[in-house]
Design a protein around this ligand. Structure first.
Ligand code: ATP
Ligand code: F6P
Ligand code: MG
Length: 438
């Protein structure tokens, strides 16, 4: 039996442990998933399953090195693949996986170029990896291996893994990538009954994966966004009736926009996909903007790319176009806002000096900051410990400040989104001072 979302009881022979070292994780160590016991569904931010707010204990496996390992290091051929969009910290995770594998004694480590595509494209070949190759990769952004969307079928990927003798696969990516990793795990373990570990490391700048405190790269993105927001503020503030607009990533989740707005303290209106809003009408965004120009003289808007396009409205009448991975291609809400604002003030015989800043790729095509660097390091190490412990079909994460292993289906059952009733969104509203736009 090789397919574990729990650690195995089968171990490689001949690897005695150091019984005097108290650095191992016991296989039965667990971390509590939900730490707040709400008294009533009316408590701020309460997540209750019934009117009594019955508390259900949910425990998950603690991540880290095990005393007994499942694979003989000399029999391991490990591969790393990075899929989806870029995210600060990808190179940090790659680096740490390679270094940790070498510490276990693994000699065969390869990178799959350009995401899942690298498994099928004849023009792309595996990139040999070692500590020497990855030593300084964390000093630059991007992915040493390259990324892509779309790619081959799961059975093609597994065929290539079998041909190449890969028995440990580390998959760095978001929801889509993890759906792929889970499908690879099912094909490899359940269908083909191969002794292979498939372990994910959640990479999503949007922070849209369930159950985790946060994902790597998110902090860096929020920090980078500050520069764009500050520029928009300066432009708006220095112009006659100036309006600054900053569009930030977030196809379906507004975490970056919400946190960046909160951090800056310079945003007057924050628009995210999770919260409905009208542009026109007595309670619309434009009317509030008029009020801000009359009272403050300038205003700054932070808008998530999916705002007004997914869930509650479709101001841009998007087409059904999709990217190579099947993600809906959105229109540019920033341009739309800019046009609508200009027209609104022109039609009333007034004026607004609108400056639109779109730092979309600048907030992710950069090196991870120090706190993300640490997160990446620990996640990368724990991914390797998990694989050696015999886990497969799992991903690593940080829950309540502890590092854990989670079954992939649990974390990708739907994308994590901002709860409009959460305290964090209310804090954001307090900071911007914006009303409901409905
Ligand atoms: N349901 C699925 N089953 C198998 N593979 C999938 C699935 N969804 C997406 N993939 C594959 O996963 C890879 C990455 O998917 P996607 O482009 O959606 O990025 P992602 O992992 O969600 O990251 P990002 O946060 O950047 O969007 C692609 O190669 C895609 O073909
Ligand atoms: O233009 P690309 O590379 O497809 O990536 C853009 C997308 O990546 C994401 O950040 C998800 O990682 C979305 O918010 C954004 O729309
Ligand atoms: Mg995705």
């Amino acid at each position: 039996m090789f397919c574990f979302r729990s650690p195995t009881e089968e171990f490689a022979d001949g690897y005695p442990s150091d019984e005097t070292w108290h650095g191992y994780i016991n296989n039965n160590d667990r971390v509590l998933l939900k730490t707040i016991r709400y008294t009533s569904p009316t408590s701020a931010g309460a997540e209750c399953i019934d009117p009594d707010c019955t508390w259900v204990e949910q425990w998950v496996h603690r991540a880290g090195p095990r005393e007994k390992i499942y694979f003989k290091p000399e029999e391991v051929k490990a591969a790393i693949v990075t899929c989806g969009g870029l995210c600060p910290g990808l190179n940090d995770v790659i680096r740490q996986i390679v270094i940790t594998l070498e510490i276990y004694g693994v000699k065969k480590i390869v990178g799959i170029p350009f995401g899942y595509r690298g498994f099928s494209d004849e023009d792309l070949s595996e990139m040999p990896l070692s500590r020497q190759v990855v030593q300084n990769v964390h000093l630059s952004g991007g992915s040493l291996l390259g990324v892509s969307r779309g790619g081959p079928s799961v059975s093609n990927i597994v065929d290539r893994m079998e041909e190449g003798g890969i028995n440990m696969l580390f998959v760095l990516g978001g929801n889509g990538t993890h759906a792929g990793a889970n499908a690879i795990h099912n094909e490899v373990c359940r269908k083909r009954r191969l002794k292979v570990a498939v372990v994910g490391v959640p990479k999503t700048i949007d922070n849209d994966i369930l159950l985790m405190d946060k994902t790597f790269g998110f902090d860096t993105a929020v920090e980078e966004a500050q520069r764009a927001i500050n520029s928009a503020y300066i432009e708006a503030h220095s112009a006659y009736r100036g309006v600054g607009i900053v569009k930030l990533m977030g196809r379906s989740s507004g975490f970056i926009a919400m946190h960046a707005s909160l951090a800056s303290g310079q945003i007057d209106i924050c628009l995210i996909p999770e919260v409905p809003f009208n542009l026109h009408g007595p309670h619309g965004v434009l009317r509030h903007l008029k009020y801000l120009l009359e009272t403050k003289g300038s205003a700054v808007i932070c808008v998530a790319e999916g705002a007004g396009q997914v869930r509650y409205a479709d101001f841009l009448h998007k087409t059904n176009a999709t990217d190579a991975s099947g993600n809906i291609v959105l229109g540019d809400i920033g341009v739309h806002l800019q046009q609508q604002i200009k027209k609104y003030f022109k039609d009333m015989g007034s004026t607004a000096d609108v400056k639109y800043i779109d730092p979309t790729y600048m907030i992710r095509a950069c090196r991870a900051n120090a706190s993300d660097g640490i997160l990446c390091t620990v996640l990368g190490q724990n991914a390797v410990h998990g694989a050696f412990a015999g886990y497969s079909g799992i991903t690593v994460g940080i829950c309540n400040t502890h590092y854990v292993y989670l079954p992939i289906p649990e974390v990708i059952s739907y994308p994590r989104v901002v709860d409009p009733n959460s305290r964090m969104w209310h804090r954001c509203l307090t900071s911007t001072g914006q009303p409901d736009f409905i």
